[in-house]
Design a protein around this ligand. Structure first.
Ligand SMILES: *Cc1c(COP(=O)(O)O)cnc(C)c1O
Length: 369
């Protein structure tokens, strides 16, 4: 099967097929309920950047280990950025992406912050189309499942001096993922980080870069030690305002009908899901307010019932209800502890668009296969 990407944003990637792709049976076995991000498709998309030639050597290769010099800057100083998006299979077998241009733009904004060379949008989209062309069978067809796509840029130059790498690799991995909640949506609990912050003013909070996640693992462990699923970070300067979870943005649904979410100040990661949720809610005539939300305001609102629902959102888990807010001095249940109606309706709205069950009136979906 030869794949031809639509002409409007295709960049050709030279395809070297995997001589030993997984058999249908092996692929089916590996795609069946594995932990998130542990199974990979048969191929990788790659491209190389050098200071003198710019981006070149765009290619699809059999999946395999990377060869990196032990002095590569990514290994020492974390010069890296990444993205996360999904390919969804519709009932007619076609494969679609959700707002990939937004991921391409954020990829490049992250790259600029980390002194990495931006990747042209047509290469970002072209690499995804070409990889899906050869690995289409890895896009699962069960509702709520998808093929998770992980593009990244890494500094590959062997140099222990602290300066931007003169050689950079682009690598795109694809990993089939099952339903985030295989047994139905279950609300999560969140632990308010104590003494740890995700990002400070002028730091890298707005970039999707490896170091942010390395720094979030210890507070995430502490959340788990306190019986919680996720950690909620507060702002670094006053340790008072709600920012986000380790990998998801947050919203609060209020009894007065308004919906609040932390305003973007340069320290939170601006989610594509966050933006889409705001657009859907506003399209319904809802009053979405982007503002500073203090943790006291959130806590008191949950305690008094002024805040009726809290939810998190991101590509991996879509829209996820939050049922408990926990800190050393309190442990509060949101609403009745079950998934809220606004939250669940929103989750359904978004997944209906992503899986082609509802009309895409926002022009968010891109067909690739
Ligand atoms: C990726 C990410 C999000 C969610 O972004 P989406 O584009 O909606 O997937 C939120 N916060 C952090 C820290 C993230 O890394």
């Amino acid at each position: 099967m030869d794949h031809h990407a639509p002409e409007h944003h295709a960049t050709a990637f030279a395809v070297t097929r995997n001589p030993a792709p997984a058999s249908d049976a092996e692929r089916a076995r590996r795609m069946d309920s594995q932990p998130f991000g542990t199974v990979f498709s048969d191929h990788l998309a790659k491209a190389t950047w050098t200071a003198d030639r710019g981006w070149h050597d765009r290619r699809i290769e059999p999946f395999g280990d990377l060869v990196l010099h032990p002095g590569a800057t990514v290994l020492h100083y974390g010069q890296q950025v990444f993205e996360g998006l999904k390919a969804y299979r519709w009932a007619d077998g076609s494969i679609h992406l959700f707002r990939p241009e937004a991921n391409a733009a954020r990829f490049n904004a992250s790259a600029v912050r980390m002194a990495l060379p931006p990747l042209p949008e047509e290469d970002f989209l072209g690499s995804i189309e070409e990889l899906l062309g050869v690995d289409a069978a890895w896009v699962p067809d069960v509702e709520e499942t998808s093929l998770y796509l992980r593009p990244m840029l890494i500094g590959t130059e062997p140099c222990l001096g602290v300066r931007p790498s003169a050689t950079v690799g682009y690598v795109l991995l694809a990993s089939p993922v099952g339903a985030y909640f295989p047994n139905g949506v279950k609300p999560v609990s969140i632990w308010v980080a104590q003494g740890f912050h995700r990002a400070g003013a002028g730091g890298t909070g707005q970039a999707k870069t490896a170091g942010n996640y390395a720094a979030s693992m210890l507070p995430q462990q502490q959340a788990q030690d306190h019986g919680c699923d996720q950690v909620l970070f507060l702002d670094a300067s006053r340790d008072m305002y709600v920012e986000e979870l380790g990998g998801m943005n947050v919203f609060a649904v209020r009894r007065d009908g308004t919906i609040w979410t932390p305003r973007v100040t340069g320290t939170i990661l601006e989610g594509v899901t966050r933006d889409s949720v705001i657009e859907l809610l506003r399209g319904d005539g809802r009053d979405v307010i982007e503002r500073d939300i203090s943790i006291d305001e959130l806590r008191d609102g949950i305690a008094s019932g002024a805040v009726q629902e809290v939810f998190a959102c991101g590509t991996a888990a879509v829209v996820t209800p939050i049922a408990r807010l926990v800190a050393p001095s309190y442990d509060l249940v949101v609403g009745d502890g079950g998934p809220g109606t606004v939250t669940m309706a929103l989750r359904q709205r978004l997944t209906d668009i992503q899986y082609g069950h509802a009309e895409d009136t926002h022009g968010w979906m891109r067909r690739v296969v």
